[in-house]
Design a protein. Structure first.
Lengths: 465, 327
């Protein structure tokens, strides 16, 4: 009898182990991972560290909030450039239902956004500036506009800055730096500390920094898309508080930036961006931890580069999904405005356009040169939304859009057509589908066509009547 | 099982198990039921006699029916692989919908406020009429343009008619039909989505368009059969009866190029090709002149091309003479 029990137990353990191996994802939480650095004699036991990135996530959240709350240029710049003084976290802040563990950015990390912003030229924004200059310019213009809202030109600077910053800093740093050149064999090797005095290796910290930019909670892969979405929205304290200590740890228990958008798309059930990307980060980090402080072998490096490709291709698709969604929103807003929409509709239109433009600019900031595709995207969205020439919200009269900047730095206008712009939004959606393979397709303006085509079918088409 | 085999089996089974297909077992059962009842009443026969007439082995096991079956299998395999490269209704609709943004006659969303049921009813009726007209028009051209007729002979070479004859279609003709469907559906969808927005819908029962369901449930499969179901004369002037379509398949020159319509007879009135059904005995097929078409399945597929090449050769041989005359 005992033999049977023993056999049953062994079989059960074997089955569980086999299933875990087959699943390939034994661990679903990012960290803790042991300290593997050779010769380290300190008391640290967890080598995971990305507080600088969390600091930037909080600077970004706070900057967006400050832009919409009429903050001074000085305040806005302190969030963009960093400051030695007090930098209160404006988002997320504690409420009765959602308590966070910090109120000041510098308590988490004394850092900045401007130093990490994309330095390549941005052809999609007027003025021929680099990504960093575009952000600085947007912030300066936003400081002059009430609530960051420029009705005349159709710019919502809080949205423009926020959505472009997510790409121009976070996505760019992760996919054009930490998961790209820093994965090269001679760059930040795993058998040396990341920098002098560090307790983590070069590859460990490179990987951690990229994860911090992604913005997922360390336990996010164990949650459902809806839970992750509600964590980002500060609506689900239970799901956020992984260690049940009664507060949300902003370093490891919060969802930010593109990770939040990924969960929003995944909620629809057609995609698994959040889990795919977060799990690839976890698996890649495990490979690095398993190297136990030795330089990564070619096989190990190939494995983590494979994970990096999964991360960056899916991350890019998340941004493309956002472009697709907001192209649909802009199209829908124009439909309403054409049939006599009010100022509120126009405000929503400008907000959606800002989101669209910010995400679209972000697509340019990875290590991939989009080339002709990038030109197509910029060519469809243009420098500004179509606005009314007499009253901005009256888009049926003398319509125009921003075409560039003059020598004095003022925006110039050119004539524009609403119907043509609506067509561009449709083409943009098609472009996102064809070139980036978007699947969630929120606000699909051609969905009616697909649905009807599906209902009509073509079953009898090769039959003689 | 290899993927392509699975694909073919899935396509074949769908032909008989999906209510969206003409050969759905439910529609076949309806057709047989109507046929048996019709013979019992019209010819005043017993049920047994009626059943024997409907399922006459001379028809179902004929050489022509065997060819129908082989052509059905060959075409299913062929089109299973070819379909992905064909123009789709979504492509046409997307293109037309985009073009509609550049005109002012049909303003985008002009009828977006219209009630769902009205929008869906208008769409369903318009599609039915446009689709039926386009089928008539294509069929008319298949007969009237000599090169197309060479390919359409494939269908008319059937000397006995069974529901499977509907699939007796030359692949070139099949491609033309696919193009027709893509254009008709694409244009209709684009115009209606443009005017009514995403609320426009097709009225369906069990996932099948209402007009399509009615047409097939009321015995559309008898059009290709030896059961000459007639409608009253007044009805036949509006709707094509199975007997009228059988007359279209007659090898008697008096009946050539008559009754091109599918559901509605009104289109035939427009071009003067309408012909009421007749009670005289009808023989099907192409007749002795084109006997070569029924020699073998291979000849059915090949002869239209051979004829096309001959026409081209004649055309090329005449070309220098044209130039000579011009000089």
């Amino acid at each position: 009898m005992n033999k049977i029990k023993l056999l049953t137990c062994v079989t059960f353990v074997c089955l569980m182990t086999t299933s875990a191996i087959a699943d390939g994802h034994g661990n679903h939480v990012y960290g803790p991972f042991p300290v593997t650095l050779k010769g380290y004699s300190g008391d640290k036991t967890n080598s995971v560290s990305y507080s600088g990135q969390v600091g930037r996530q909080l600077l970004h959240n706070s900057l967006k909030k400050a832009l919409s709350k009429d903050a001074s240029l000085e305040t806005l710049q302190s969030y963009f450039n960093g400051s030695d003084g007090n930098l209160p976290i404006l988002d997320p802040v504690s409420s009765d239902k959602f308590i966070v563990d910090h109120t000041n950015v510098n308590d988490i990390s004394k850092t900045n956004l401007s130093g990490k912003a994309y330095k390549g030229e941005m052809a999609g924004w007027p003025g021929g500036m680099t990504g960093k200059e575009v952000l600085a310019s947007m912030i300066a213009h936003g400081a002059d506009a009430p609530g960051g809202y420029d009705e005349k030109h159709g710019y919502d600077y809080a949205q423009l800055v926020s959505k472009f910053m997510m790409g121009g800093v976070f996505y760019h740093q992760a996919c054009d730096n930490y998961l790209d050149e820093k994965l090269e064999a001679g760059n930040k090797p795993n058998n040396k500390p990341y920098k002098d005095g560090a307790y983590y290796t070069g590859k460990e910290h490179s990987w951690d920094e990229a994860f911090g930019y992604w913005g997922a909670a360390a336990h996010g892969a164990t949650l459902t898309p809806k839970q992750n979405y509600n964590v980002a929205k500060k609506k689900d304290m239970v799901a956020a508080d992984a260690n049940s200590d009664g507060v949300v740890n902003l370093k490891s228990e919060m969802n930010y930036a593109h990770a939040y958008y990924a969960s929003a798309f995944d909620k629809g059930g057609k995609t698994k961006y959040y889990k795919t990307i977060t799990q690839a980060f976890i698996d890649g980090r495990q490979v690095i931890a398993d190297a136990n402080g030795d330089a990564l072998s070619e096989t190990e490096r190939n494995t983590i580069m494979g994970k990096a490709r999964v991360i960056c291709s899916n991350w890019e698709r998340v941004i493309a999904e956002a472009v697709f969604k907001y192209a649909g929103s802009v199209y829908g807003d124009l439909e309403k405005l054409k049939s006599g929409g009010d100022a509120k509709t126009y405000r929503g239109y400008v907000k959606h356009w800002g989101e669209l433009k910010g995400f679209a600019l972000s697509l340019h900031t990875s290590n991939q040169n989009l080339g002709e595709l990038g030109q197509k995207i910029d060519g469809l969205i243009k420098f500004g939304p179509v606005v009314g020439g007499v009253t901005p919200s009256q888009i049926t009269m003398n319509t125009q859009r921003v075409s560039g900047v003059d020598d004095a730095g003022n925006y110039t206008f050119q004539e524009a057509s609403v119907d043509e712009y609506m067509l561009y939004m449709l083409r943009l959606q098609k472009l996102m589908e064809d070139e980036f393979g978007v699947v969630a397709k929120n606000k699909d303006k051609l969905a009616g066509i697909s649905n009807l085509a599906e209902k009509l079918g073509s079953g009898e088409s090769v039959e003689n009547d | 099982m290899p993927e392509f085999i699975e694909l073919i089996f899935s396509d074949l089974s769908a032909q008989f198990l999906s209510p969206r297909k003409r050969l759905f077992v439910g529609y076949l059962a309806c057709a047989f039921g109507i046929a048996v009842l019709w013979i019992c009443v019209a010819k005043r026969t017993s049920l047994k006699t009626s059943l024997a007439m409907v399922f006459a082995p001379a028809v179902w096991l004929s050489r022509s029916s065997l060819f129908d079956f082989l052509c059905f299998l060959i075409n299913r395999v062929l089109f299973t692989f070819l379909r992905p490269v064909f123009l789709t209704q979504i492509t046409v609709a997307t293109l037309v919908y985009q073009l509609l943004h550049l005109q002012v006659l049909l303003p985008i969303g002009a009828l977006a406020h219209v009630d769902y049921w009205i929008a869906a009813s208008v769409f369903t009726l318009f599609y039915f009429l446009f689709d039926d007209f386009s089928r008539f028009g294509t069929h008319y051209l298949m007969h009237r343009i000599p090169t197309l007729w060479e390919f359409h002979k494939f269908h008319h070479s059937a000397e006995t008619l069974t529901p499977l004859t509907v699939t007796r279609t030359h692949p070139v003709e099949g491609m033309i039909f696919i193009l027709r469907t893509a254009i008709v559906q694409g244009v209709t969808i684009a115009i209606f989505v443009c005017l009514f927005g995403n609320k426009v819908d097709l009225l369906t029962i069990y996932g099948v368009g209402v007009f399509s369901l009615m047409f097939h449930s009321l015995g559309s499969n008898l059009r290709h059969s030896h059961v000459a179901l007639h409608y009253p004369e007044a009805i036949e002037r509006i709707f094509i009866s199975p007997a009228q379509h059988q007359l279209h398949h007659s090898n008697d020159p008096r009946h050539f190029d008559r009754n091109f319509g599918v559901v509605l007879a009104v289109w035939d009135h427009l071009v003067g090709s309408f012909h009421p059904s007749t009670h005289e005995k009808i023989s099907f097929g192409l007749g002795p002149v084109d006997a070569g078409y029924t020699k073998s399945v291979w000849s059915m597929y090949w002869l239209p091309f051979a004829s096309l090449f001959r026409r081209l050769a004649v055309l090329i041989s005449r070309t220098p003479k044209i130039f000579e005359r011009q000089r």
